[in-house]
Ligand binder design. Sequence first.
Ligand code: ADP
Length: 628
Amino acid sequence: MANLKLSHIYKVYENGHKAVNDFSIDIADREFIVFVGPSGCGKSTTLRMVAGLETITAGDLFIGDTLVNDMEPKDRDIAMVFQSYALYPHMTVYENMAFGLRNRKMPEEEIKQRVLKAAKMLDIEEYLDRKPKAMSGGQRQRVALGRALVRDPKVFLLDEPLSNLDAKLRAQMRTEITELHKNLKTTFIYVTHDQVEAMTMGTRIVVMKLGYVQQIDTPMNLYNEPYNKFVAGFIGSPQMNFFDVKLKREGDDVDVIFANGDKVTIPYEKVSKIHEKYLNGDTTVTFGIRPEHLSVNKEGKGLEFVVTNVERLGNETIIYGKVGDKVEEFTMKDEGRNIVLKVIDREDINVGDIAYAEPNPSKVHFFDAETEVTLMTKIPEYNTIHAVHDGDYMDVLGHRVELPETYKGALADAHDFELGLPPAAIVPGKDFSLKVAKTEKVDDKNLAYLVNGDKYLFALVSDDVKEGDDYQFDILNEKVNLSADGKELLKAIGDQESFMGRFSKTEKKENGERVLHFFYDIGDYTIEAAPEHGYKINSIDGDNCYKYTYRYAVDRKNIRFAGEGEEGLKGEVLEILDYGNVRFAKIKANGEEILVNVDKGFDAKEVKLAFDAKDVSVYSTRIDMMIC
Ligand code: ADP
């Protein structure tokens, strides 16, 4: 039994290929985690790093509480099952299963007990004297599982174990492996390119693409709330349909307008998390709808298509069609014209018919046409609220409030403007008050829908806030983006600053021993790195690390002014940014401009900045990668 933690794991192969990027996950004891994605996306590489068969370029891997990056595979207490079975052909099944235990010098009697127990679990007791070549693929894979099982490992790793089996056997083995996981009460990590395997077996699934994690979630969350178009298309069969559409809000409804002019209408309530900038009828977005969430009619309701194929499977019918032939000047791309519907048997739908598809409004998905990210994230990224600037005041959300100095400077003559306000920047307070229309649990957070005219303002609130409440709040001014006429006037302030710098070491004799000390060098400012971080940088970049430039990132809250006699990074104060609730000094240091929190009345011109090495995150600038 064990939990695992992968923290910012990267793999860069010797030829420079970046196979895995910034892979992080906490795996609880007894979870069944599946890595899924198309061939080459980095699934096996990640699994092999967990197994210790591949070195980890950067990041930390914990099994239980132990950092195992440099631990030999045999000491990690994990067992791996491969697609190829990897059985010894000259040994019997018994010998194959006993082999690893004999290598560990386990007493024969105990080996026998373990092999018999595993053989019973896997239903291969009667084959123990056979050699692998006299067995079927499914039986061989059971032996491979048995060989892992006898070791009683903390973690099971399975790399496409069923790929060599035929469809029927695969389905059967899926169930058996799931059962095995239940009985063993052990952590499983399972790699597959098959989304059906992933969906049926995993307690959580990691979807990967081109070396990057796309989404980590339960099977049903992946199906219902895919983070992007890739995940939406990868999970589910037949695949989700995608169409280019424009969205136009009309009061309580939103029109979904297809490229051929057809239109369907969905209630605004179903898509209220979509930012209003996508609802103006001008912006092309990608509409996604699963085949099982479309209904078919012949009465002209919805998206028109020509039926090109009908598969009657008994319990359901799959209808294939092409959209849009009715419009002469049709310009849709060919693949954008395909449509698939999965319906309960409809005998009246036949090839060549003109039919219409209507989406279930509760099951629609929309994605940004460029980034392909969902427009319906569980917590909207930001709210846009309109405001009017008038002298030293602004009218916003039905209140007149004093403008912070920094806003005055940024707004200048702008009269009407917009605040881009992330939900986390709305905090309990007294400046504003809005009615709570409803609340929704998102993971461990409470998301409130505050009524702001005909739309919602989304805020993260404490658990005791309920529907019908008047919620009183303030705005964290420094977390707001200001814009007017689509032009950004003031950017929200992030939580981190970073400095470019070098890395160095010195060697000292201490108590007759040579001891290495490592340093982050930012201009003239030098701080000693923790030895383990120093060794890590050195092991990743070799001795070139002393020639490379690194980016040292520090949370602003950890940057302070150096005390009397303390070393620091010299900086020149350029100006003070006053946001009303907080103030920042803009400081030029080491050729860069950074912000540091200051108190009211702060008026120094020259400062020395200091921070602790333990608060520094180090990034490689050579390959975009977090090192420690
Ligand atoms: P998957 O298991 O998802 O099919 P892999 O983890 O096997 O993908 O491979 C991820 C990427 O890394 C692929 O592009 C593959 O070609 C590349 N790769 C795998 N092994 C090596 C290697 N030893 N050297 C260089 N590139 C490799």
